[in-house]
Design a protein around this ligand. Sequence first.
Ligand SMILES: C[S@@+](CC[C@H](N)C(=O)[O-])C[C@H]1O[C@@H](n2cnc3c(N)ncnc32)[C@H](O)[C@@H]1O
Length: 231
Amino acid sequence: MFTRSAAFYDAVYAWKDYAEESAAVDRLIQERRPGARTLLDVACGTGGHLRHLCKHYESEGLDADPEMLALGAANCPEVPLHEGDLTGFELDRRFDAVTCLFSSIGYARTPERLESAAAAMARHLEPGGVLLVEPWLSPDEWKVGKPHLLVVDEPELKIARANTSGRDGRVSVVEFHYVVATPEGVEHFTELHELGLFTHEEYTAAFERAGLRIEHDPDGLMGRGLYVCMS
Ligand SMILES: C[S@@+](CC[C@H](N)C(=O)[O-])C[C@H]1O[C@@H](n2cnc3c(N)ncnc32)[C@H](O)[C@@H]1O
């Protein structure tokens, strides 16, 4: 989870074009459900997509991390946000569209919990509603032992985030090492992320068991693919 790094999340992912991705999400939804007007973003984080989608949809968000939700509330003050687990949540309402983007589905970790997540998201769709899920990498795509470095170089914020990709069975293991320099000083911390490596077959089985019809776009919003499911 991003508990230690939440305050730096928007700076770390400043390279991501949330506006363009949200425009693509809007197009995909409207093509399949013309006039769709309600949307739930599951694992919404700091609201990178919601801040754009809320201009077109009566939107709500859900995330498990209170720190991320607090930042999301600051970024999207008009949007109701809920604390909850993507593998089992109940908001007592349905939406024309449900999204789960930037590979957040990987946090389900196991195929069983992937099925629970698909079922929970499907339960929140109106009949004929659209679910968009951007998957995490498959077991074949994940390469162990690859070093990564991300740098933020703003005038008052310097971050180096380094990790080497690891694996524990069917779970990708990423221990981020952060060095963060601000006017207040320099801090160093680590943060562990574990995301399930699911196959295409496991994703499609989970969505089918949830009663959804599936289209798969192998490119998607940022090259990781996209499942477009209809209730
Ligand atoms: C990579 S971030 C994506 C956030 C946002 N969708 C975006 O595109 O910037 C993954 C998000 O999943 C959330 N998350 C992790 N495990 C979760 C769970 N079990 N249930 C709900 N949210 C979870 C994290 O708190 C984090 O906000």
